[in-house]
Design a protein around this ligand. Structure first.
Ligand code: LMR
Length: 400
């Protein structure tokens, strides 16, 4: 009965790792998926995560019962405080409902499903370009996906004019997906002044913000600075949605731990929204997994562990920033044609190099460097040892 099924293509991002794993070369380098690596090229488990896990293992009172449909209560409470700020009026007035999600993707998916069922506007605007999974998540939930201009290939920077024009043309009430910080794949973010322009326009047209916050603390090294955009929208008293991921900032990739918060106008509305979120979640996966959320809650609740986390987070962010400088310097040293200053200007995990598909294919075939075909490289996968290899490959690709 399945004989006519056609083979689906690999995922444009996770498929890069599949190709990388098949390459027998000892010099291969995976700069595809956004996953942090140490200077030695190894995955990193944060010390604070190990400490939290040890505490959990040693606690004989812990059991493996089901979590409630909405997840671990402490985790939800702490996650809302982390993104909105502990002193957020929306939290103090109980206007926020937060549910645990399966990392960023699962949280976006639940939010999208909720909007498709209960929100009057089914059009969602996403930036052009955006993370490859975004359009799929929203389409499968039944929303209609449109794009707004975001990145200008000519300046390798933000097209704020196009951004504002496209939101200005959007129908009233449309949903707008915003990257809270460290835009993926471009590494280009609006300035605070530009965020304010975006906020004013969106509120004047009653556009509904849906933030994807996958990199809080990773862009600048500061948890508060990286949540500024979200907090601006919450400070004006309006509604918004926010999906959080702890994959990158706590290195909990495979634990699939994240959260969806919906900021409402009143506490009563928030509690009704939560009741409906439960109806979305229950038939999807019943209730979320316990372990990752327990790790996060343990760290966020304890001042000492929280501080240790911020130091480790800053160290990861700083290493990525230093990789930007090293790659930029290496290209300058080689006299590689072109202006490469965007490498040090862009922020977060990725550099959007401007390399085209043919150049990427060349770098993979000749230099065993794996990256997404849009020219995005994960700076977090780079080390001082591998910078020369990447710089040589880029140089060869652009001077061919
Ligand atoms: C990425 O963009 O590389 C990450 O967000 C990982 C993923 O799931 O695609």
């Amino acid at each position: 009965v399945f004989a006519t099924i056609v083979r689906a293509p690999e995922d444009p991002i996770l498929g890069v790792t599949v190709a990388y794993n098949k390459d027998p070369s000892p010099n291969k380098l995976n700069l595809g998926v956004g996953a942090y690596r140490t200077e030695e090229g190894k995955p990193l488990i944060l010390n604070v995560v190990r400490r939290a896990e040890q505490l959990l293992v040693n606690d004989q009172s812990r059991v493996k019962e089901y979590l409630p449909i909405v997840g671990l209560a402490d985790f939800n409470k702490e996650s809302a405080k982390l993104i909105f700020g502990a002193d957020s009026p929306a939290i103090q007035e109980n206007r926020v409902t937060t549910v645990q999600g399966l990392s960023g993707t699962g949280s976006l998916r639940v939010g999208a499903e909720f909007l498709a069922r209960h929100y009057h506007q089914h059009t969602i605007y996403i930036p052009q370009p955006t993370w490859g999974n975004h359009p799929k998540i929203f389409t499968v939930a039944g929303l209609s996906v449109k794009t707004y201009r975001y990145y200008d290939p000519a300046t390798l920077g933000l097209d704020i004019q196009g951004f504002l024009e496209d939101l200005g043309d959007a129908p009233s009430g449309a949903i707008v997906l915003l990257h809270a910080c460290a835009h993926n794949p471009t590494g280009v973010d609006p300035t605070l002044e530009q965020w304010e322009q975006i906020r004013q326009l969106m509120r004047s047209k009653a556009l509904l913000p849906f933030f994807d916050s996958a990199y809080q603390g990773f862009a600048s090294g500061s948890l508060d600075a990286d949540a500024q955009s979200v907090r601006m929208f919450v400070a004006d008293g309006g509604e918004c949605l926010a999906a959080q991921s702890y994959a990158k900032n706590m290195g909990l990739y495979g634990e699939r731990v994240g959260a969806l918060s919906i900021v409402c106008k009143t506490a009563d509305v928030a509690s009704r929204v939560e009741s409906q979120l439960k109806l979305v979640i229950r038939p999807m996966y019943s209730n979320p997994p316990l372990h990752g959320a327990s790790i996060v809650a343990t760290i966020l609740k304890d001042r000492d562990m929280f501080n240790e986390w911020t130091l480790e987070l800053k160290a990861m962010a700083d290493r990525i920033i230093s990789m930007r400088q090293q790659l930029f310097d290496a290209l300058c040293a080689r006299g590689t044609p072109g202006d490469w200053s965007h490498i040090i200007k862009q922020i977060g995990m990725f550099t959007f190099t401007g390399l085209n598909r043919e150049q990427v294919t060349f770098m993979t075939e000749e230099y065993h460097i794996y990256m997404t075909s849009d020219g995005r490289i994960s700076m977090a996968g780079l080390s001082s040892r591998t910078v020369p290899q990447l710089a040589d490959a880029i140089h060869a690709a652009v001077t061919r």
